[in-house]
Each structure stands twice: as structure tokens, then as C-alpha cells.
Design a protein around this ligand. Structure first.
Ligand code: UT7
Length: 322
């Protein structure tokens, strides 16, 4: 059987950094509160005119180079994003053009913070059913554009960035399992209550912003992530002690610690980058993965579990050998 294997990773964070102290100047908040409650120290913010596709292209170039491939060898581009450049075409098509790829399939996936897991699932199935041999999967977000910078409850939490992986058909073990879930019944706990088909609300002159009941989202995330990890490991007969790394969605250090505790994993085996870039939604897992691959933590052959939770609600896991 052929596997979809990750053969290259890449990431990109925009140059501009906004620290917690910077936010103290404009919001009724403090560095101490943000660190204690979230683990976040800073976030990166895209420059004016810098789109999700621009960041995706930078991350993709690094992943393609790390894979030792050229862009023209890619058969499919899947971009997970909640913050596309335009209503249409898809950000994936814009990325294809900017990478100079003549022709390959390209589409976006919208599953908010779980988007990268959903996109990996699509890439895995495409490769294993002989759709093509090489897939570029990117998570990219300009969350700063949908954050209300006057709302301390959300403004301190999000950041911009992109992460990418190249997957290839391989006889060597790669992706072992993906599990996806969604529950649309609690939509209003975390949403941007504006959109295309229902119209943008003309009375909301400021723009379309994230609205969240943070505490309710927190509790739900901790609950379902434990069950999702158990489902994946038990379903594939994998003992927790055989797991080398957990890479959770980087939203809140307390959620990450709770997920690790439920799995009985020491924090030394959990990749944490939320301090550096805050919650970058669909970009957070591939960003953390690339950082841990490049600093030498994640080594060839190691067993890695990814887990995500986000608006929808959506959540899921991906288990792979690197
Ligand atoms: O990507 C997936 C989706 N998102 C998440 O996973 C986020 C999930 N939620 C969270 O991370 C946490 O719920 C937050 C970090 C958003 C909030 O932490 P919390 O421990 O749940 O705090 P809280 O919402 O219960 O608020 C506690 C207090 C409140 O004050 P009172 O009512 O106790 O006086 C808030 O008004 O903290 C206040 N507060 C702040 N204070 C200083 C809320 N935001 C801030 C702030 N600075 N930025």
C-alpha cells in the first residue's frame, strides 16, 4: 500500500511583531494577564496589502525546497484558510499562479482552526486513491483583518502566518490516520456574524469581526480533544508511550497543557509555539510542525499526533510517521 508522506515543511511569519506590552497601550489588558491566561507573548501581523496567498507562497516555497522538488511537480494544492484574499477565486488558485505552476488542481478548505487537519485528510485520500503523487497543503491566515482591535476578549488572542507541507506517495509509512468531526449546533459561541449570502450588515460600519464566548469554547475544546486523541490512538492500537510528539492547535497554553495531561504526555513531548505567534487558526499546526522539524526536535521515523479544535465547531486529529 502506498502512503501519503510528509517530505517537506515550511512556514512564514510576517515581519511586524505586536507584543503584549504594545497592546497594553490601546486595550485594558496586561502582559501578565495575557501570559497567565493564554501563554501568548507576541503575535505577527501582516503588512498592508499582504494577503493570505502571499504568506502561503512563502511557506510553500520553503516546503517545496525542503522536499527537494520543483513547484511544477505538484499535482494538487489544498489551502486551508478562513481569511481568503478574495471571495473568489480560491486562495489556492492564487497561490498556484504565484508559484508559477502551469496547471494543477487547486481548491480551498474552510474548517477554521481545524482546516489543516481537514486538508491533510483530503490530500491523504487523493494520494492513496491515485489522484496524483504530490500534494501541497497550506494553512494560511490573516486573522488580524477579522479581529476587533478594540475588544480585549479577542484582540490579544490571534495572529497572522502560514505553514505548509508537501506530501508524496511513498512505500514508507507516512500518514496513518485522520479523524474529522463537526458540530454545527453551537455556531454562535465562536463566529464572524457577517457574510456573503446573508449580506454584510451596513449598520456595522467598522467591519466583520470575530465574536467569541471564550470560556465556553475553552471548556468544549478541552473536552473533545481528549476524546479525539483517544479515538485515534485506541482505534489504531497505539500505546500512548509510543507517541513521540503531540502538536496541538496553538490557541491557548492552558488548553495545550490539558490535552497533554489527558494523554499522559510530559510537556517535553508537546510542541508549543503559541507564545511566539498566538492563534493563527489553520496555520497554527503547520507552523508549529515546521518550527519543530527545522530545530531538529522532530526526527525522521518519529510518531506524531496533530490535534485541532475550532469554530463550527470542528475538530480532528492526524497521526503520522515523519
Ligand atoms: O482556536 C479555537 C478557538 N479559540 C480558543 O480556543 C480560545 C478559547 N478560550 C480561551 O482561550 C479563554 O477562554 C480566554 C483566554 C479567551 C479567556 O480566558 P478565561 O480564563 O476563560 O477568562 P474569562 O473569559 O472567563 O474572563 C475572565 C476575566 C473577565 O473579567 P471578570 O468578568 O472576571 O471581571 C474578563 O473580562 O478576564 C477578563 N478579561 C481580560 N482581562 C484582561 C478578558 N480578556 C481580558 C484581557 N485582559 N485581554
Amino acid at each position: 500500500m502506498s502512503f501519503a508522506r510528509i517530505v517537506g515543511t515550511g512556514s512564514y511569519l510576517p515581519e511586524k511583531v505586536v507584543t503584549n506590552s504594545d497592546l497594553e497601550a490601546t486595550l485594558d489588558t496586561s502582559d501578565e494577564w495575557i501570559r497567565d491566561r493564554t501563554g501568548i507573548e507576541r503575535r505577527h501581523v501582516a503588512a498592508k496589502g499582504q494577503g493570505s496567498s502571499d504568506m502561503a507562497v512563502e511557506a510553500a516555497k520553503r516546503a517545496i525546497e525542503a522536499a527537494g522538488l520543483t513547484a511544477n511537480e505538484i499535482d494538487l494544492i489544498v489551502v486551508a484558510t478562513t481569511t481568503p484574499d478574495k471571495i473568489f477565486p480560491s486562495t489556492a488558485c492564487i497561490v498556484q499562479r504565484k508559484l508559477g505552476i502551469a496547471e494543477c488542481a487547486a481548491y480551498d478548505i474552510q474548517a477554521v482552526c481545524s482546516g489543516f487537519i481537514y486538508a491533510l485528510d483530503a490530500a491523504d485520500r487523493y494520494i492513496r486513491t491515485d489522484g496524483g503523487k504530490t500534494v501541497l497543503v497550506v494553512g494560511t491566515e490573516t486573522m488580524s483583518r477579522i479581529v476587533n482591535w478594540n475588544d480585549r476578549g479577542t484582540a490579544v488572542l490571534f495572529g497572522d502566518g502560514a505553514g505548509a507541507v508537501v506530501l508524496q506517495a511513498s512505500e514508507r509509512a507516512g500518514l496513518i490516520a485522520t479523524h474529522m468531526h463537526a458540530d454545527g449546533s453551537m455556531e454562535e459561541l465562536l463566529h464572524v456574524p457577517q457574510g456573503i449570502s446573508l449580506g454584510f450588515d451596513a449598520t456595522c460600519s467598522d467591519g466583520a469581526f470575530i465574536e467569541m464566548n471564550g470560556n465556553a469554547v475553552f471548556k468544549r475544546a478541552v473536552g473533545v480533544l481528549g476524546a479525539a486523541a483517544r479515538e485515534t490512538l485506541d482505534g489504531h492500537g497505539i500505546d500512548r508511550k509510543d507517541l513521540d510528539w503531540l502538536i496541538p492547535h496553538q490557541a491557548n497554553m492552558r488548553i495545550i497543557k490539558a490535552a497533554a495531561k489527558k494523554l499522559g504526555l510530559p510537556m517535553e513531548r508537546v510542541v508549543v509555539t503559541v507564545d511566539e505567534h498566538a492563534n493563527t487558526s489553520a496555520a497554527s499546526i503547520p507552523l508549529a510542525l515546521d518550527i519543530a522539524v527545522r530545530d531538529g526536535r522532530i526526527k525522521s521515523g518519529e510518531l506524531v499526533l496533530l490535534e485541532a479544535f475550532g469554530a463550527g465547531f470542528t475538530w480532528g486529529t492526524a497521526l503520522f510517521r515523519y
